[in-house]
Design a binder for this molecule. Structure first.
Ligand SMILES: [Zn+2]
Length: 340
């Protein structure tokens, strides 16, 4: 990326190979990367994070370890790995107490660190995890960022239980589609919404119990009908805006709402009466911890979950891949294949 703006700021060109400078770093030769909405916000310069140009985007990657710093012990050259995308400063109050995810100076691949839209990436060795058995590199890059995000929301924060009902607002994106897979695998009842019948059909194939087209029907009324006016136990709403009040209204007493984004507007009207009178909890989070990544990898291995890949583009066509994501036509992850 040579500057902030549209996809015309993206160039497929040679860059210097990263050089290891720290004893606990490794160099990974990437085989695949995947796209996240954060890449687009970073390209637009909408995150407030200033990076040095030219800059390499991309938070998700999978590949093979090719070089080790002197003090690396957890991986060896030739290991196939998928990448945990964030690293703390190691010095702040949060890093020093095992909560580096909350680091004030958190660095994420593709943001403050050079990212994965490349043949090589340098990162701390502790961010490399073995690829779950049976996954291709394309699949192994298609879940880390969305996976840790939904795991923290759904399992750590909302503590979704077998037999509970989950409502996912806006099925199709990476977080939502992965949330559907995890929720079905723990035995939850899942209702999804979308403006696209095609996406609702795809969600049903993946196990969704009910799909509501919010362009044709009021999703709150539908949820009330489906639950006998009880409401759902958990809502994932990363849309917010005008949807937010309905998400709160869709919750049963003691219900939990989790959010990791606000694509339709970050200043929704809260219904405070509903929040206290129905004993609701609202959890906000972003990304997830290394421990949550480990739990997710283990869960995927036990349940034999294959991440949902929407499409694969060669690295040289990254601009087309980002355009595809911006058009919101995808179901699952948009992946870049890296050869060379
Ligand atoms: Zn820190």
């Amino acid at each position: 990326m040579h500057g902030y703006g549209g996809v015309e700021q993206l160039f497929y060109e040679d860059a210097d190979e990263p050089r290891l400078t720290q004893p606990k770093e490794v160099l990974v030769k990437l085989k695949a990367a995947s796209l996240n909405h954060i890449d687009i916000w970073n390209r637009l310069g909408a995150t407030g994070i200033v990076v040095q140009m030219p800059h390499i985007l991309g938070a998700d990657g999978a590949g093979v370890v090719v070089e080790l710093g002197k003090a690396v012990e957890n991986v060896k050259v030739g290991d196939a790995v998928c990448l945990y995308p964030a690293t703390g400063c190691g010095r702040c109050e949060f890093c020093l107490t095992g909560r580096d995810l909350m680091c004030i100076y958190l660095r994420v691949l593709g943001e403050r660190l050079e990212g994965t839209y490349a043949e090589y990436v340098k990162l701390p060795a502790e961010n490399c995890f073995p690829i779950p058995a049976g996954l291709s590199f394309e699949e192994a890059t298609a879940f880390p960022l969305v996976g840790i995000t939904l795991w923290r929301m759904l399992i750590t924060n909302a503590q979704l239980k077998p037999g509970e009902t989950l409502l996912i607002i806006g099925i199709g994106g990476g977080v939502a589609s992965a949330a559907l897979q995890v929720a079905k695998n723990i035995g939850a009842h899942v209702i999804v919404t979308s403006g696209s019948d095609e996406k609702l059909e795809r969600a049903k194939q993946l196990g969704a119990d009910h799909g509501i087209n919010h362009r044709k029907k009021d999703f709150l009324q539908e949820v009330n009908t489906l639950t006998g006016n009880r409401g759902v136990d958990v809502v994932i709403d990363c849309v917010a805006g005008e949807v937010w009040q309905k998400s709160l209204a869709a919750l049963a007493r003691g219900g939990r709402l989790v959010t990791c984004g606000a694509t339709a507007g970050g200043r929704p009207n809260d219904d405070l009466t509903a929040i206290f009178s129905k004993h609701l909890k609202i959890y906000g989070s972003t990304l997830g911890s290394r421990e949550e990544f480990r739990q997710l990898l283990s869960f995927m291995a036990v349940k034999k979950i294959k991440p949902i890949v929407d499409s694969v583009f060669p690295l040289k066509d990254t601009a087309a891949a980002q355009r595809h994501l911006e058009e919101a036509k995808q179901f699952g992850k948009v992946v870049l294949q890296i050869s060379g």
